[in-house]
Design a protein around this ligand. Structure first.
Ligand code: GLC
Length: 756
């Protein structure tokens, strides 16, 4: 059965009617083996029985292969020899029909002709680049997120790729950690919903379609809690935090059928995730009965020696395999040591067989034993990669990802009558930066800059005047004078600031998350001209920009919006699309406030009751406790009224459901969408609970003056938490229900009592 998008879903996404058709286009050939699980098991067992120990270990090795298709080199020759000898199970970083065919042919020269799995980090698009995942999360639009993953999968699968190392489902609460850009932000509930959407988008409902790839839930687990926000660092946390905050998105991915997991570089309470049997055997393969396989992160098995958890690679291999790490990415530990470890009785052959079985199962499910080249079809590659609907989907998602942080004096949307617009800043004409980190395609001819987008959208009578002003980094103010002169000659300034593409992502932790360089100073001299200033901020994480936050007339947070970023920004700046993005992560006023996630806020024993009186309260003497911008915050060009909260009944029994409804009205003059958020607090419990936790949300589209009734359903699940004995349970008592436009903008509230 292949996966296709129901037409209703596509129309829901506000895609052009024609686009609904492209997803219904002739479905790709179903997997020739679309075999029953029993049939797959039979074939796996039959093959396993023929394999030597060396061939079994071969399936557990994964290597990166950019050079394996390039000019002759020692590494290339060694790798090809290993592939031909059946000592490699998967390659990463080999892409395109031509190269994957060439390398697959080498694998089919091995004795048992076991095909390779080709994998790649298709994190937010293959050739068509979507906004970075944190930007997609800001859309709170699960259907659009799923479609984005589906488009990425279609393009990757058409290019010989079987497996993407996505979605990254790590909860990311610390903006010093550069990898927050790859995830869904700080909230567990939103993160779990997005994890499911991405897995279904990448994989479809069953594996084997040639418009889908295997997904990979990573990095298991709690990588986002690296101490001090420093990448690859240790993680220490209570089991209660692990289970309540960090594991649920992984469980959601597993429940959605994610084909693989990837473990992580960090330790968890002293034990490296790669060698952590509690995570991989007890929880994942034990309690969760997970049938897929676990790939290590790059070299993480070998790195256990650096951690001081293994004496050498042989010891590391023994610990990793025993702890449930099935495939070894690039550390060579299994290749060099596992055979010997089994022969010496240090590793049980059953564990090796289990790992091999899990990997072979996926290769059968993908249909690779019936046709090892079925994902490497030249004609399909050309057709899919050049499908204009892919860019249309990217443009739609980019529009949805943009967050309007400020809009005073009706600065936005831009009037078509504007004669002269100054487009200023180091990222105004940037293209590569708009694709952000973890992009597969870096061909800048396929990327629309903000300037390009504005030029295409602005009328003939509107003149754009450009000045760079300064670089992203560096202290030079040499461009200020020109920028000021350009601004003075214009009616309005659009200033583009932010991070360059390589300032967030892996190994990009920062101790200072202010705008880099002299960009804020550039803003100040432009503001001094007295012209209205609309600021567009690009970045892979929350950034700090105090002067802009306080003095700009309008601020649009663009993240890294992908190939269609410039067109989407023009759509929003001109009001062709009314922004509806909401922040999936808190923006602090200062690094000193971190950790500051909204659901890490407790009443404490000394809450601030009057802002003017913080003496002997849980407060700072040099900063408010509140963030610059809260989780769930984002403005619109229209306004919304929340009214008429109805709680089905004041009390409920554990097994009952209670409907909570309210009326949402568009009280402005422009059609728009609102993400209405449901928060909950358990004010008295056996474990102190946060001031609020997101429990549900709805994204509602309303015409001017239109009202809709929005309904949430409360069940015991939404009231539950892990108590001190790690039992997941809801405790009788009163609960505060809150409905709002942001975690710090509660519009309606009420109480509900859970009876004993
Ligand atoms: C990297 C990343 C991981 C990625 C892998 C392969 O180090 O941690 O997310 O999938 O290596 O590129």
């Amino acid at each position: 059965m292949t996966f296709s998008f129901p037409k209703s879903l596509l129309l829901l996404l506000g895609l052009l009617p024609g686009q609904a058709a492209w997803a219904q286009k002739k479905k790709p050939a179903p997997a020739p083996t679309a075999a029953s699980p029993a049939d797959v098991e039979r074939r796996v067992a039959a093959l396993l029985a023929q394999m030597t120990l060396e061939e079994k270990v071969g399936q557990l090795n994964q290597y990166s292969g950019r050079e394996v298709t390039g000019p002759a080199s020692d590494r290339k020759n060694t790798l090809l020899a290993s592939i031909r000898a059946g000592q490699v199970g998967s390659m990463l970083n080999v892409k395109g029909v031509k190269d994957t065919r060439e390398i697959q042919a080498e694998a089919l020269k091995s004795r048992l002709k076991i095909p390779l799995l080709f994998s790649l980090d298709v994190i937010h698009g293959y050739q068509t680049t979507f906004p970075i995942p944190l930007g997609e999360a800001a859309s709170w639009d699960l259907d659009a997120i799923r479609l984005g993953a589906h488009v990425a999968a279609r393009e990757a699968a058409a290019s010989g790729i079987h497996w993407t190392f996505a979605p990254m489902v790590d909860v990311g609460r610390d903006p010093r950690w550069g990898r927050v850009m790859e995830g869904a932000g700080e909230d567990t509930y939103l993160g779990a919903q997005i994890a499911k959407a991405r897995v279904l988008g990448f994989q479809g409902s069953t594996l084997g379609g040639t418009d889908a790839v295997m997904a990979c839930a990573k990095h298991f687990a709690a990588y986002g809690a690296a101490l001090a926000g420093r990448d690859y660092n240790a993680v220490d946390m209570s089991e209660q935090q692990l289970w309540e905050i960090y594991l649920p998105p992984f469980k959601a991915a597993a429940d959605a059928g994610v084909a693989t997991f990837m473990n992580s570089f960090n330790t968890l309470n002293g034990i490296p995730a790669t060698g952590n049997a509690y995570l991989q055997r007890d929880i994942l393969k034990g309690q969760w009965q997970y049938p897929g396989f676990v790939v290590s992160d790059w070299g993480s098995i070998g790195e256990m020696a650096n951690w001081g958890y293994a004496t050498d690679k042989a010891d590391a291999a023994q610990k990793a395999l025993t702890a449930g790490s099935d495939m070894d990415m690039e550390s060579d530990a299994y290749h060099k040591n596992l055979e010997q470890l089994v022969t010496n009785g240090k590793v049980k052959i059953d564990l090796v067989d289990d790992a091999v079985r899990r990997i072979l199962r996926k290769k059968f499910e993908l249909g690779l034993f019936d046709d090892a080249y079925r994902f490497s079809d030249e004609k399909r590659e050309k057709q899919v990669l050049n499908d204009p609907q892919n860019r249309a989907a990217a443009r739609q998602m980019a529009r949805k990802s943009l967050v309007l942080l400020k809009n005073e004096n009706a600065t936005l949307p831009l009037a078509n009558t504007l004669r002269r617009i100054a487009v200023i800043g180091p990222l105004a004409k940037a293209r590569r930066d708009l694709n952000g980190s973890w992009t597969v395609d870096t061909d800048t001819t396929r990327i629309t800059s903000l300037y390009d987008g504005l030029r295409q959208r602005a009328g003939k009578t509107t003149e754009l005047r450009y000045a760079k002003g300064c670089e992203v980094s560096g202290e030079s103010r040499a461009g200020f004078e020109q920028a000021v002169a350009t601004a003075q000659s214009a009616d309005l300034i659009i200033l583009t600031v932010g991070e360059s593409w390589d300032m967030s992502g892996e190994a990009k932790s920062r101790t200072d998350i202010h705008l880099p360089g002299v960009q804020e100073e550039l803003f100040k001299v432009l503001k001094a001209t007295g012209k209205p200033v609309a600021v567009v901020v690009f970045g892979g994480r929350p950034l700090i920009f105090d002067a802009i936050a306080e003095q700009a007339d309008a601020i649009l947070y663009a993240w890294w919006p992908g190939s269609e970023g410039g067109t989407a920004l023009a759509d929003v700046l001109y009001g062709d699309y009314n922004p509806a993005g909401k922040l999936p992560i808190t923006f602090p006023r200062s690094v000193g406030q971190i950790p500051i996630a909204y659901n890490q806020q407790y009443n404490t024993g000394r809450p601030i009751t009057r802002p003017s009186d913080i003496r002997y309260k849980s407060a700072y003497i040099d900063s408010p406790n509140t963030p610059r911008y809260a989780f769930g915050y984002g403005l619109s060009y229209t306004t919304f009224k929340y009214s008429d909260l109805k709680i089905g009944r004041p009390q409920m029994q554990a097994g009952e459901l209670v409907q909570v409804s309210f009326t949402l009205t568009n009280t402005g003059k422009t059609a728009g969408e609102e993400v209405a958020q449901l928060y909950l607090r358990d004010p008295v419990a056996s474990v102190v609970r946060p001031l609020k936790e997101l429990k549900d949300f709805r994204k509602i589209s309303l015409k001017p003056g239109e009202s809709k009734t929005v309904t949430f359903t409360i069940d015991k699940e939404k009231l539950a938490f892990y108590n001190a004995k790690l039992e997941w349970q809801a405790e009788p008592g009163k609960f505060n229900l809150m409905v709002g436009s942001a975690s710090d903008d509660i519009r309606l509230d009420g109480t509900l009592e859970l009876l004993p």
